[in-house]
Design a binder for this molecule. Structure first.
Ligand code: PLP
Length: 395
């Protein structure tokens, strides 16, 4: 039997019944003349979610990692210098992927719990007067640490330095849930995945491409075949794909975009903020700290919580799963064992969040954590009650 409980990992997220039904479709011919009727509105309706009208959005049968690879191999050449920061597991993995493609990575080390080090980036960009840096990588929402970075500030650093580098942003755990403004922030490549804010299974890498990134494809020499965006864009323009797309996922994405539009983008962002704030109030009531070091960095899609000294966060997550059947996120990389994560993105309501908080409390008390049963739930309840008038529940 499938587990009837909601899940609290930061992706894949809970799949709404409406989307499961939308994906229950018969096979159809992706080269038929009416296939365009399915995909064209999907591409158009993705644009506002990415905050772009100047750019376009492409879909690959892949995951977020494939989106990273598509973004860099289509626009860069081996040996190109790329500026990046390592401040969590996902920023680290993107750096590693770039290295494997022969890019010359200039990496700033930042504490895990901090955001993109914008001042260090600004200095590096200002000093790079011969424009050796071809791209700047930024992880909008570091899922490993629950940290949201200021992408507008990274763009500002590029603007002040009058620097032409491409701005490549990992929005895998933000786009669809948090405010994302590709055009306004001057983002050239924005990577998302179907299994987070879009509430679908993994399987679609969703990449926003600016006109400048599109132009860079003509001179980039990194090898690419499956991920060649020029092939993809040409096929899409003709109403198809260069290879066989997953029709169920495309149908799911069409419905997911309808759900986001019905709720309204601002309401979606506000809901994520409310839910996250309730979770943060619970953490404060437990007397625990967040991995994110300052409120300006707090993520509204995932909360990473430091366990007290002497406790093993991995054991806590394992206990919650085996005893109560509720998955939370383990700590990854440098914060393995010291952090557990509550994912609260995608389809999430006050009531779902409260059930996760109640479970986390039971698991912590079982394992002898110095917290009072009910304290976090009560703090979150109080906040959700106070703010409920503004709530727009997910469909
Ligand atoms: N980037 C971020 C911020 C993520 O959270 C993840 C996955 O959790 C990825 C990239 C990698 O995405 P995927 O697992 O879909 O390849």
């Amino acid at each position: 039997m499938s587990n009837p409980n909601p899940i609290f990992i930061p992706g894949p997220t809970n799949i709404p019944e409406r989307l499961r039904r939308a994906m229950d479709v018969a096979s159809r011919d992706h080269r038929a003349p009416d296939f365009v009727d399915l995909i064209r509105p999907v591409f158009e309706n993705l644009k506002p979610v990415f905050g772009t009208s100047a750019g376009q959005v492409v879909l690959f049968p892949a995951t977020g990692t494939g989106g990273w690879e598509a973004a860099i191999t289509n626009t860069l050449s081996p040996g190109d210098t790329v500026l990046a920061a390592r401040h969590g597991m996902f920023s680290q993995r993107w750096i590693d992927l770039c290295r494997r493609h022969g890019l010359d990575m200039r990496v700033f080390e930042a504490p895990w719990g901090e955001g993109v080090p914008v001042e260090a980036f600004a200095k590096a960009l200002a000093a790079d007067t011969d424009h050796r840096i071809k791209a700047v990588l930024a992880t909008h929402n570091e899922t490993a640490t629950g940290v949201r970075s200021d992408i507008a500030a990274v763009r500002q650093a590029l603007t002040v330095a009058d620097h032409p580098a491409l701005l490549c942003v990992d929005g895998v755990s933000s786009i669809g849930s948090l405010d994302f403004r590709m055009d306004e922030w001057g983002v050239d490549l924005a990577v998302a995945g179907s299994q987070k804010g879009f509430m679908l299974p993994a399987g679609l890498a969703i990449v926003g491409v600016s006109p400048k990134a599109r132009a860079a494809m003509e001179t980039a020499t990194c090898p690419r075949a499956f991920f060649d965006m020029r092939d993809m864009m040409a096929a899409n323009a003709a109403g198809s794909f260069p290879y066989t797309p997953s029709v169920p996922l495309l149908c799911g994405l069409r419905e997911s975009l309808a759900m986001l539009a019905e709720e309204g983008r601002e309401a979606v962002h506000a809901r994520h903020h409310r839910i996250a704030e309730g979770v943060r109030r619970a953490v404060a009531a437990w007397g625990l700290s967040l991995c994110a070091r300052r409120p300006a960095l707090y993520s509204d899609t995932v909360t990473a919580i430091l366990v007290p000294d002497g406790y093993d966060a991995g054991a806590l997550v394992a206990h919650a799963y085996t005893r109560y059947g509720v998955p939370f996120g383990i700590g990854l990389g440098d914060v393995a064992g010291t952090v557990f994560r509550i994912g609260h993105l995608g389809q999430m309501t006050d009531v779902m969040a409260l059930s996760g908080l109640a479970t986390a409390e039971m698991a912590m008390v079982d394992l002898g954590y110095p917290i009072t049963l009910g304290s976090g739930v009560a703090a979150a309840q109080a906040y959700y009650r106070e703010t409920a008038a503004h709530a727009v529940p997910a469909a």
